[in-house]
Design a protein around this ligand. Structure first.
Ligand SMILES: C[S@@+](CC[C@H](N)C(=O)[O-])C[C@H]1O[C@@H](n2cnc3c(N)ncnc32)[C@H](O)[C@@H]1O
Length: 221
């Protein structure tokens, strides 16, 4: 999976058609609204990729840092910021061992790859960097939509292992963890994050079987 986000990986190519200005505007409006960004906020874009959101949010006058473990994507993000003459602090770090030395009012993990992360370690590290009353937005795939999709598309290159709640690549046998909204909200609450909002997509619709996403916002109590 590290390779996928590296220089020879196909991540940026695979999403070329999805990463449009129109989609970026939808994403940023959603984040601004769901996390109620204030101009005084210090914000962290966790797993920021090539910095598409970090840069756009900075351009709108907010103070935001980006963090990602991919050398290639962080370099790409830095190069984009340099070209646009925008000063953004980027950290090339793994979420599981991150240390920025900063505290944040708002943290988000958006369009995420939760399946390759350890959610309990992630939450613990988010708590460490949140200011009192700080908020965290976690955006991940909707497990129910995925299962229903796989049921209707048995020839898909992925299988679902119900025993372990994992998506399995039929060819490579790579595994990706999937979580229900209840499991994630329980994790938030167990770590002191009071769940304030739940959405099923970037248009702020409620979570249903068909929702594209499972999006949870929690506030440090
Ligand atoms: C699907 S991409 C989304 C990137 C960005 N949020 C966006 O919307 O453009 C997932 C990102 O997570 C990063 N990532 C995956 N595991 C990570 C980890 N353990 N620590 C830091 N970044 C990680 C990848 O390098 C990649 O940039």
């Amino acid at each position: 999976m590290n390779k996928y986000y590296g220089e020879s990986g196909s991540y940026l190519k695979d999403h070329k058609d999805y990463f449009t200005k129109k989609q970026l505007d939808i994403d940023v409006s959603f984040l601004r609204c769901a996390l109620s960004f204030k101009k005084t906020d210090k914000i962290l874009d966790l797993a920021c990729g090539d910095g598409r959101h970090t840069l756009e949010i900075m351009k709108k006058g907010f103070d935001i840092d980006g963090l990602d473990f991919s050398n290639f994507l962080i370099k790409t993000a830095m190069e984009k910021a340099r070209k646009e003459n925008i000063k953004v602090k980027y950290y090339k770090q793994d979420i599981h061992s991150m240390k920025t030395g900063e505290k944040y009012d708002k943290v988000f993990l958006f369009f995420s790859d939760l399946g390759i992360l350890k959610p309990s370690k992630l939450i613990k590290n988010v708590i460490k960097v949140l200011k009192p009353n700080g908020s965290f937005l976690l955006d991940s795939d909707n497990i129910f939509r995925l299962i229903s999709y796989l049921k209707n598309n048995p020839k898909d290159p992925y299988d679902f292992d119900f025993r372990n709640q994992e998506l399995i690549d039929k060819k490579t046998k790579e595994k990706f963890g999937y979580y229900t909204c209840k499991e994630l909200t329980d994790l938030f609450e167990a770590n002191g994050l009071k769940v304030t909002k739940i959405y099923g997509d970037y248009n702020m619709n409620p979570l249903t079987l068909e929702s594209e996403r499972t999006i949870i916002v929690g506030k440090l109590a």
